[in-house]
Design a protein around this ligand. Structure first.
Ligand code: FRU
Length: 324
């Protein structure tokens, strides 16, 4: 019936100009289309902490039924996340963390464990006295710190290793720029990038400096979600990656459970796994299917709108005729 209340999920995204977050939005949209009377508002902070704080305050003022935050950096977003929670709005933190336990639940993969898995993988390819290049995501964001800590802990017994950090801030072009500015004292034996797009930047950089060495160099990334990354894994430019699910579907489902008054666990884990060439090929096919679904949902929605417009038009002409 048309009289039911419309529920609103407000999502505060730290940015949306990358394929991983586009995939998340797609997942949110597909899951949300399963429910009647549900509206999703997504705000894009465009990689700006202050803007994200402001946008979260707007969503609080709007009294959304559930607030979802994927914070740019942990420290600057902590206070406003607490504000929302204390205002009585069920608050889901996702992907990146804030430095408080005042939220309803955290939906995300375990980034520390991802780092450990990457470190164990690396250990198999490291010659004695190896130099490892680590390309960092944004330093103030929790996945970068946790991936780093896990990776280093997994390799802590290897006292022979040298680590070279380069900042990439999660972005391919930024990583590429900093790689060009870095002077390497000797050859690099292994590259661990905190995400796939930065792994691609590393491969391209080393191919451009010494194509033979650039081809041999093992490079690993993380995410294995967006098409560019999956394609790079499928054709061997990235040797392996680790799935970092976007959680778009779980976030909407969890929000619906909160709207229905259920209690949910304070941590809703998303599962990960290594993605090699073969896995990347099947994931690419799946991504294609998902895109197809979304396309179909959109087509249906337009058809519905058209039908509705026609219906309204017919009704109003009938109405006019009746009046005459
Ligand atoms: C996308 C992204 C992913 C990464 C995640 C970490 O914006 O940089 O590549 O896994 O954010 O929060």
């Amino acid at each position: 019936g048309g009289k039911e209340k419309t529920y609103v999920i407000g999502i505060s995204q730290c940015m949306t100009d990358d394929d991983w977050r586009q995939a998340m939005i797609r997942e949110v949209g597909i899951e949300a289309s399963n429910y009647d009377n549900l509206k999703v508002i997504i705000k894009d902070a465009d990689s700006n902490n202050d803007r994200q704080i402001e946008q979260i305050r707007e969503l609080i003022r709007q009294k959304v039924d559930v607030l979802v935050i994927s914070p740019l950096e942990s420290a600057p977003l902590t206070a406003v996340a607490e504000e929302a929670y204390r205002a009585g709005i069920p608050t889901i933190i996702t992907d990146r963390k804030v430095n408080t336990s005042q939220y309803t639940t955290f939906v995300g993969a375990n980034n520390y464990e991802l780092g450990v898995t990457a470190g164990k993988y690396a250990a198999r390819y490291l010659p004695p006295n190896a130099t490892i290049l680590e390309i960092w995501g944004a330093k103030g964001s929790s996945p970068a710190q946790e991936r780093h800590n896990g990776f280093r802990d997994a390799l802590s017994e290897r006292k022979d290793l040298t680590f070279v950090p380069v900042e990439g801030e999660w972005k391919q072009e930024i990583a590429a720029g900093h790689l060009r500015e870095t002077t390497f004292d000797g050859p690099v034996d292994f590259v661990f990038a905190h995400n796939d797009v930065m792994a691609i930047a590393a491969r391209e950089y080393f191919l451009s400096t010494d194509s033979a060495q650039g081809k041999r160099l093992p490079v690993i990334g993380m995410d294995a979600v967006a098409e560019a990354g999956l394609q790079a894994i499928a054709d061997g430019r990235i040797d392996a990656s680790f799935l970092y699910p976007t959680g778009g579907e779980q976030v909407v489902r969890t929000a619906m459970r909160l709207i229905n008054g259920e209690t949910v666990d304070p941590f809703i884990p998303l599962h990960s796994g290594i993605v090699d060439k073969e896995a990347a090929r099947s994931l690419l096919l799946q991504t294609e299917r998902l895109l197809n679904y979304q396309q179909r949902i959109e087509t249906q929605r337009t058809r519905m709108d058209e039908l509705l417009n026609r219906f309204l038009f017919l009704r109003s002409s009938v109405w006019v005729i009746t009046l005459l």
